[in-house]
Write a protein that binds this ligand. Structure first.
Ligand code: ATP
Ligand code: MG
Length: 913
């Protein structure tokens, strides 16, 4: 029997263990939402969380790291969506295994360890391994003989398997400028039977020959240059190693299967889908593409939602929407027409939940979000497809092959049909879609599909200025090694020398009143905006009180650099002056109350609504707090009351906040709440509230009150929706809450005095005033009716006899339809036979008419409906009813008298003897 194949989980562990044994620190995967990087849609490689280390703006407590990073390559520079479903080695979501050196070991060690892991530990046949190294096709950058030699020196490496390639394959750059360097890829020859291009003209079966025979497993990047311009490179003082291995790919190799989808990572998802579809194995193999797409997309959707990216209309949220909808459509191809994807995602949670516990924690919201999204799409997919088919038929008839972008955009805005699906369908029928035109049209709809730049502008220049300033200060010994000492927690005043001032991007020695500038002190106690909490404001003065700077904002332009942003109020500050910086204490206290209240709110929300309610953004300002969270529907008024009461109960509990520092991993393992898109350091600050039985435990660098009682009170002021699946609650605390209460008190006192009551009795008083008003209204209307009745009695004298029939046609003043009907009834009671009445009135400019004909006259050819129509016609009206009683309205009241005048003639004309 063949030896047992390792599981995916074991393979991941072997990789991480191997590097830990070689002195690397395990670092947890960063979120799919890149921390503090607005320019990048998703984490698309292991290096994203270490970018700042390479740039020199961040430092880590370790020099060697190893990780397994969650990646998404579905937009921007790295977009593999079109390969998903088509090949067996690209996914939208995948894991990248990596080992890292930050200014520590370099090429030789990286290559040696890669070789050892692949050949000794995993036993891959040495003769099948190939490596590529850099040789500049432009001839400017030295070729990487160092790496080539390291490769050739590996025991058993065939020197002929070390190949040189140019910039496209073997030179790695993060952006237009910045850290970069040659890279070395490791490819595995899986044998000729894997070549999917045999017989394709021009195909050469070799490394980078673009067939599936040579599988790119691992990329080792050697960062040794800093790019200054398109033609200038300078060597970096520190050299780094950044490697990325495709986890699914190595698992396919070690489990000896021909596709990533047949590894134990994805196969269970395929089997689940098969079962749902009721397919036999043969049917599955004959129609494999939908299975691949569904497995890939279900996994990506589960991981995205676990990282807080719920389906929506914009940016990242759009991607989640698109992949769920795309999977749903592919489900249709194998007969799945009801929402099913959550069942596949459930398998993802069960298989990946141990290594990525965020999946388990968000089981419910993954399930709800996916199912809702499918349900929503289910309603419009058919109509969208029909419409698209029509458009394509038209195109075909006019011999065109490209669907205009605005039509694709219409399909999205009208039916929620994502561009990618429109393109899928179009391509299945031999058409293509104008993507540029689509993006333009969507831009006009302000619904950009969210393709972000892979790496954005890193603001290199500004970083440079401050790095220079800090290096100068450090070499003079006036600034500590770590830069500005930051302690917003223990005090609100700090004194020190005014170290540096920057105005308009240039350092200055002296400033004048009115100058806008940025000030560096050796230490600061001003909070710098982060985690939703706004920056502190305050003042900086010199000890002798000759000048004053008002601080309006705080910034951290580069690692170790914290600047106070403000302007000179008076005097002439000079570099070297002894200064005192003071935070605006009252404002800061307000902020602290709101921040702690935010934690209480978060905890209570989850208790009342469920664990799926997670923070999706927040603002902690002095005058209010704002909390966005994932929740599929509006929070009901009773729930809101319960939430507010819960928060205030925690406030009254007067719990002491417990603040401790601990390793990130430990905190996460203990269940601390972390935020999306927030970047955490190795050691994190945690806030626990609730004494012996904590109810709130969050990672947080913000400033907080000492005891919850300091918050005073918390009032929820609004609840609403910000995006699909995301709700927002706003609240106030402390002074602001008091202000609101005070003003409501004043208003209720004012209202009470207006109605001659007290605030406590106000509701009863209002009820009694309303009652009185009601009964007065009734009296008025009764009086009005009496008045009309009296008038009617007088008018009855106007009755005329026409052929033995009593006819009255008259106008009553200011009566509504109800009153007219009562009068007609009265008439019929008084004259039960041989009688016809037409009563008209004009109220608020609009005429009403009622006609009554006694029963006996029907046989003689009179009919109330015809009569009322006859009268209403000249008034531009129509009517209806029964033969004995009918009513009508009209537009032109001026014709009423005239029309009534013709009733007698009508009776004469229509009556049979
Ligand atoms: P490829 O040329 O195969 O698309 P790449 O050059 O884009 O790979 P890198 O950016 O160097 O890949 O990423 C490092 C490793 O991650 C690759 O060697 C590969 O094993 C894996 N990888 C890259 N893209 C994907 C993907 N979409 N799905 C699964 N694995 C991937
Ligand atoms: Mg690629």
């Amino acid at each position: 029997m063949a030896s047992k194949k390792p599981t995916g989980a074991e393979i991941r562990k072997t990789f991480l263990d191997f590097f830990e044994e070689h002195g690397h620190t395990f670092v947890a995967s960063a979120s799919l939402v890149p921390g503090g990087d607005q320019t990048l849609l998703f984490t698309n490689a292991g290096m994203v969380q270490f970018k700042d280390v390479f740039l020199g703006t961040d430092k880590r407590p370790y020099k060697r790291a190893t990780d397994s990073q969650k990646c998404m390559r579905v937009a921007g520079k790295h977009n593999d969506l079109e390969d998903v479903g088509r090949d067996s080695i690209h996914h939208t979501f995948f894991e990248m295994l990596g080992n890292w050196s930050f200014g520590d070991y370099y090429k030789k060690e990286a290559i040696t360890w890669a070789w050892q892991l692949l050949t000794d530990v995993w036993g891959l046949p040495k003769e099948n391994i190939w490596s590529t190294v850099f040789r500049d096709d432009k001839g400017n950058i030295p070729q990487d003989d160092e790496a080539a030699e390291a490769w050739r020196g590996q025991p058993g490496m065939n020197p002929a398997h070390v190949l040189y390639f140019g910039r496209k394959d073997n030179f790695w750059e993060m952006a237009e400028t910045g850290p970069c360097g040659p890279c070395s890829e490791i490819h595995l020859d899986r044998g000729l039977k894997y070549c999917d291009k045999q017989g394709v003209p021009g195909h050469i079966c070799q490394v980078n020959g673009d067939c599936q025979r040579f599988l790119e497993l691992w990329n080792l990047v050697f960062i040794q240059y800093n790019r200054l311009s398109p033609t200038e490179l300078e060597p970096l003082p520190a050299k780094h190693v950044d490697t990325g291995m495709g986890f699914e790919r190595i698992v396919s190799v070690l489990q000896d299967v021909d596709s990533n989808y047949r590894t134990d990572l994805l196969w269970p998802l395929i089997l689940t889908t098969q079962k749902l579809a009721g397919y036999s194995d043969e049917q599955r193999e004959a129609n494999f593409t939908p299975f691949r797409v569904i497995a890939d997309h279900a996994r990506a959707a589960a991981f995205l939602i676990a990282d807080g990216v719920v389906p929506g209309n914009l940016g990242r949220n759009y991607v989640t929407r698109m992949i769920i909808r795309r999977a749903y459509r592919f489900g249709g191809k194998i007969g799945l027409c009801e929402p099913f994807l959550a069942k596949v995602a459930e398998v993802v949670i069960n298989h990946y939940g141990d290594f990525y516990p965020e999946l388990k924690r968000n089981r419910k919201s993954i399930n709800i979000s996916i199912t809702r999204e499918e349900e929503q799409f289910q309603r419009t997919l058919d109509r969208a497809t029909t419409q698209l088919e029509d458009l394509l038929n038209k195109l075909g008839k006019s011999r065109q092959t490209i669907l205009p972008g605005d039509q694709a955009a219409d399909l999205y805005t009208t039916y929620g049909m994502p561009f990618e699906i429109t393109r899928d369908i179009a391509r299945e029928r031999g058409f293509d879609v104008d993507e540029t035109g689509f993006n333009q049209a969507m831009e006009e709809h302000r619904l950009a599909s969210g393709a972000g730049k892979a790496m954005g502008d890193l603001g290199g220049e500004e970083v440079e200025i401050y790095r220079q300033v800090v290096m100068d200060l450090q070499s003079q010994g006036s600034l500590s090694e770590i830069g500005v000492v930051y302690d917003p927690y223990s005090r609100l005043d700090v004194s020190g020398k005014l170290l540096s001032m920057v105005r308009d991007g240039h350092p200055i020695q002296m400033a004048n009143p009115g100058d806008e500038l940025e000030v560096i002190l050796p230490e600061t106690c001003f909070y710098v905006e982060s985690g939703g909490q706004v920056s502190d404001t305050g003042t900086i003065r010199d000890v002798g009180d000759t000048w004053e700077i008002e601080v309006k904002d705080m910034r951290k332009p580069a690692a170790g650099v914290i600047v106070h942003v403000g302007n000179v109020i008076s005097g002439k500050p000079q570099v070297g002056d002894e200064a005192i910086a003071s935070v605006d204490t009252q404002r800061r206290r307000d902020i602290m109350r709101n921040h702690t209240a935010t934690h209480l709110l978060h905890a209570v929300l989850r208790k009342v609504l469920g664990d799926h309610a997670r923070q999706a953004g927040s603002l902690v300002a002095p005058d209010r707090l704002r909390f966005d969270f994932t929740h599929p529907e509006a929070v009901t008024p009773p729930q809101l009351t319960q939430i507010e009461a819960g928060v205030n109960q925690h406030i009254l509990g007067d719990y002491q906040l417990k603040i401790t520092y601990k390793p990130l991993e430990q905190a996460i393992a203990e269940g601390a709440m972390a935020l999306f898109g927030e970047k955490y350091t190795e050691t994190v600050r945690t806030i626990t509230i609730g004494g012996d039985k904590p109810f709130s435990y969050e990672l947080c660098g913000g400033t907080h009150v000492n005891e919850t009682g300091d918050i005073g009170i918390c009032l929820l002021t609004s609840e609403g929706s910000v995006a699909a699946g995301i709700r927002r609650i706003e609240a106030v605390t402390g002074r602001k809450a008091y202000e609101i209460i005070r003003s409501r008190f004043a208003k209720s006192a004012q209202a009470a005095s207006l109605v001659g009551s007290t605030p406590d009795n106000l509701p009863e008083k209002i009820v009694s005033v309303l009652d009185e008003l009601n009964s007065l209204r009734k009296q008025v209307s009764a009086l009005r009716q009496n008045q009309v009745a009296a008038e009617f009695v007088l008018k009855l004298q106007e009755t005329r006899m026409v052929d033995g029939v009593r006819v009255i046609a008259t106008r009553l003043s200011d009566a509504d339809m109800d009153t007219l009907r009562q009068m007609a009834d009265r008439f019929r009671q008084q004259y039960p036979t041989h009688s016809v009445a037409v009563l008209g009135s004009v109220k608020d400019g609009r005429p009403s008419i009622i006609a009554a004909v006694t029963e006996d006259l029907i046989a003689r050819g009179l009919n109330a409906v015809e009569l009322v129509k006859f009268v209403a016609a000249p008034l531009g009206g129509a009517g209806g009813g029964r033969p004995t009683l009918a009513q009508a309205g009209g537009k032109d009241a001026s014709q009423l008298e005239m029309a009534l005048g013709k009733v007698e003639a009508w009776v004469k004309e229509n009556i049979h003897p």
